[in-house]
Write a protein that binds this ligand. Structure first.
Ligand SMILES: [Fe+2]
Ligand SMILES: [Fe+2]
Length: 278
């Protein structure tokens, strides 16, 4: 699987940034909370993979790393625009981004490079399993503003395309011994223990700061969206999250290449057929 860098501009409508999801502003703000992490998070991924670049002998993996870096850079650029719209809407996004920046700077200074790469492949696993859930279950985004939908689907598709790249770099540098496994497993435990509570806190902060979000209504819908046993997001993530702890795990064990057929349709929709932003 060779990822392809696609330079796409989504021109999101800033006026819709707090209510682009049809079900509820509280659900919109869950996606918005995730967006806050991306620009800095993706720079961190690029940094930790680049560190090992000259230790990769396989030219195909080298090419995949180049495409991975290109894709993450494009995601960072588009999510920066997205986050700017959140700032313009009066949400405390700069303050929340500041938390992410300080955290990642500290990790860069204090963690050995292997653990930084381990954190990266763990976070890539989390984004890949969320992407899979989004692409497989249209109800998570159905009926939403077409530009926001296109951005999230494009990001999910490219996360799927490159889900094994950083993992293969880790594999090729550290191999499959016990030590490599333990550091990889610690990476997912650590990343999950830091990332999810921060997402939860950022989500609540956005809800509290958006004055138009109803105080009382919508909580049930939001909880069903996140945790509902049949249609909720998190129950769908549990199994694939656990799979990562299998010593022989590889991201393509979970073969969802068929989902990538949609990518051309998403790109074509953005290339001119989406309604212009107001
Ligand atoms: Fe990304
Ligand atoms: Fe990624």
């Amino acid at each position: 699987m060779q990822p392809i860098r696609r330079d796409i501009r989504f021109q999101l409508d800033p006026a819709r940034v707090c209510d682009w999801h049809p079900d509820d502003r509280k659900i919109t703000h869950f996606y918005n909370a995730l967006s806050i992490f991306f620009p800095e998070g993706e720079r961190f991924f690029i940094h930790s993979v680049r560190h090992y670049r000259d230790r990769i002998a396989d030219p195909e993996l080298q090419a995949a790393v180049t495409a991975f870096i290109g894709q993450e850079a494009m995601h960072g650029r588009e999510h920066s625009d997205y986050n700017r719209a959140l700032v313009e809407a009066g949400l405390p996004v700069q303050q929340l981004e500041g938390i992410v920046i300080r955290l990642l700077e500290r990790l860069k200074r204090r963690l050995p490079p292997q653990l930084q790469l381990s954190a990266t492949i763990a976070l890539e696993h989390l984004t890949a399993i969320m992407a899979d859930a989004l692409l497989r279950n249209p109800h998570f985004i159905e009926g939403a503003d077409p530009r926001y939908t296109a951005l999230w689907r494009w990001h999910a598709l490219e996360e799927t395309e490159h889900k094994a790249v950083a993992f293969d770099v880790y594999d090729s540098v550290f191999g499959r011994g016990v030590r490599a496994y333990v550091v990889r497993a610690i990476g997912l435990l650590g990343a999950s223990l830091v990332f999810w509570p921060l997402v939860f806190a950022f989500h609540l902060r956005l809800i509290a700061a958006d004055r138009k979000t109803p105080r009382l209504r919508g909580w049930g819908r939001m909880l069903a969206f996140l945790y509902g046993p049949r249609r909720g997001l998190f129950p769908k993530l549990l199994r694939p999250w656990l799979d990562y702890f299998r010593p022989s795990f590889h991201p393509w064990d979970h073969d969802n290449r068929a989902l990538l057929r949609e990518v051309d349709a998403v790109v074509a929709a953005v290339d001119g057929r989406l309604p212009a932003a107001a």
